[in-house]
Design a protein around this ligand. Sequence first.
Ligand code: GLU
Length: 291
Amino acid sequence: MTRPVFRFAPSPNGALHLGHAYSALLNRQLAGETDGRLLLRIEDIDTTRCTPEFEAGIYRDLAWLGLEWEKPVRRQSDHFGDYERALETLVDAGLVYPSFLTRGEVRAMISDAEADGREWPRDPDGVPLVPSIERQLSERERKSRMAGGDPFAWRLNVDAALSHVGHSLSWDEQGAGPNGETGVMDARPDAWGDVVIARKDVPTSYHLSVVIDDALQAVTHVVRGRDLFFATGVHRLLQDVLGLPEPLYIHHDLVLGDDGRKLSKSHGDTGIAALREAGLTPEDIRRMVGL
Ligand code: GLU
């Protein structure tokens, strides 16, 4: 029997905080209980916000927590070619289209609609959806704007992708969603609109690289924060369209700050390095995250 494969996949765009520690330690614990392997993956496609210093901090903090992981570590920015190939498949299948809209243009459309008293649709994170109007651009207009050097992202035509799949999509949730959802979940990728598959600046996006890497690394158990629960719908759609295997999903509690909000870089005092410098031990950290 092949061993289960777990992964912890932080982005080096900030220092690790208690929420990351919880996720990493939980992955380690579940891998230990199932004789599984633990991989570390550096999700650094955002080449402007991710830095080698933050990446070094991740290794330091995880090692201090007593974690070990298999080497070499997969760093996404070393593998843009893998994502480009998957993108090409989607382009060839006609499931993605170039999107030239700027944030400013989208904002203007939203304020016009709201000024008319129309409610603008939002994604599960509460972010206004980008309208899918560029699905209708003619091939000629696309080509001429691309040739003219107009910056564009590639967006998934979610309706075309869903009809291409031709059946409903689900995933096996062994953790829980924000409302306690567990078991076989209905995947609703359409709730996110036409998501970006490749950004204007890099030939991939979070959604594309996460499904490619989970498949290339033969990940069987995706253990991650509950904030990514609904995004799993997008991941299932991409997996199906690209012929990738379906892992199990375990979405875990988020460690919240004293103000009850999701931890971020602004919660400086919950940073692992800051807590270490303040004299806390790895055991203290485990206790703080309830492990
Ligand atoms: N890189 C993502 C993050 O740091 C995690 C992605 C995942 O686990 O699927 O939030």
